[in-house]
Ligand binder design. Structure first.
Ligand code: NDP
Ligand code: TDO
Ligand code: MG
Length: 303
């Protein structure tokens, strides 16, 4: 099976690339060959790769910056996703697309199910919602996986930010009143591949549409930070004291959902997999992140 994944260095794209086995060939299509902001690149790139299925793991993900760059965010996350869907339809192949908990405003008071109405708070969420709508309107064979709070040893994410901040200061202020599920990029990759295979092999309607797919359990960003620092301290890495603050006390240009927990039971029923608890992979991710930093340090000393 030939699987195209869009993006190269993104957390999920990178994790998918590391998952090679004999039964699937992963083909990365990234800029400039495939640029979601340049719709004319999309069909030619996909047609020449001739995949059996596409995983769209590329997106505009800078949540704060999106507020000042809404045109680019929409070009990539809405028009780009729509054009990927049109190309997939044209080529007669299925699409696995990734979306986010930020399509919700987080005010519901219970974990969201797929049928709950969306109501994003910011430009990033609005642009991802528009991408979902465009894919949903197409006649395509698709799955949209909404995940959340993705972290990995590489790339820009909350875990690497926390370790960097702990190198600079003894105390880090972190919001304790926004809830979600920190989800390991490798688990998102495994889930996306599982779904991609099913879309190719199984025509059942029950494995089509929107699914929520996050780690099990729930955390606040402050809980997540404390777990990161505990694992880092255990490995003599940087660790700060977490000062738990409210959203009002933390200056940010963007509103974020207070409680965007996603109910993942539809995914579990359709695909037979419940992702591990959010704490499961933190030690592994911290360890890998610290090791990468040490390697970079060694390279600096040698150069
Ligand atoms: N990060 C998170 O916390 C969450 C992410 N998601 C969703 O999951 C998916 C994957 O996110 P994640 O891996 O964290 O993303 P990252 O921010 O780590 O990486 C973004 C990826 O998108 C690619 N990209 C950005 N702009 C373009 C463009 N114009 N054309 C082609 N490729 C582009 C980047 O390319 P390059 O490789 O060249 O740098 C990179 O591979 C996205 O759809 C995101 O919305 C959902 C919930 C949470
Ligand atoms: C850096 C930092 C952040 N925060 C807060 C801000 C925010 O509410 C929360 C997380 O910060 P981030 O900048 O990592 O958050 P953010 O970039 O909004 O993360 C989101 O990214 C997109 C792509 C998604 O799809 C979402 O699921 C989610 O993962 O923590 C602190 O309280 N203290 C800090 O020192
Ligand atoms: Mg961010």
């Amino acid at each position: 099976m030939r699987i195209v994944v869009t993006g190269r260095n993104g957390q999920v794209a990178h994790a998918i690339r590391s998952l090679t086995d004999e039964s699937a060939e992963i083909i990365s299509l990234a800029r400039p060959t495939l640029d979601l902001a340049q719709p004319a690149t999309i069909l030619p790139a996909l047609a020449s790769a001739a995949p059996d299925v596409i995983i769209n793991a590329a997106a505009y993900t800078a949540v704060d910056q999106a507020e000042n760059e809404s045109e680019l965010a929409f070009a990539v996350n809405a028009t780009g996703a729509k054009t990927i869907a049109e190309a997939a339809e044209h080529l007669g192949i299925p699409l696995v697309h990734l979306s986010t908990d930020y399509v919700f405003d987080g005010s519901l008071g219970r974990p969201y199910i797929e049928a709950d109405p969306t109501s994003p708070l910011g430009v990033y969420g609005c642009s991802k919602e528009a991408g979902e709508v465009a894919i949903g309107r197409s006649g395509l064979n698709y799955v949209i996986l909404r995940t959340a709070w993705v972290y990995s040893p590489t790339g820009r994410n909350f875990l690497s930010t926390m370790l960097r901040l702990a190198n600079e200061r003894p105390v880090v202020r972190v919001v304790a009143d926004q809830f979600g599920a920190p989800t390991y990029a490798m688990d998102v990759a495994l889930g996306a591949i599982l779904v991609a295979r099913r879309l190719v092999d199984d025509s059942d309607k029950a494995v089509r549409g929107i699914f929520h797919m996050t780690a099990a359990g729930q955390a606040s960003w402050a809980d997540f930070a404390e777990a990161i620092f505990a694992e880092s301290a255990a490995r003599n890495g940087p660790a700060a004291r977490v000062e738990r603050v409210s959203t009002d006390e933390y200056a940010s240009p963007t509103r974020r959902p207070a409680d965007a927990r996603l109910d993942c039971s539809r995914f579990a029923a359709a695909f037979g997999w419940t992702l591990p608890h959010w704490r499961t992979h933190i030690a592994e991710a911290v360890e890998a992140c610290l090791k990468l930093d040490t390697t970079k340090e060694d390279e600096r000393m040698l150069s």
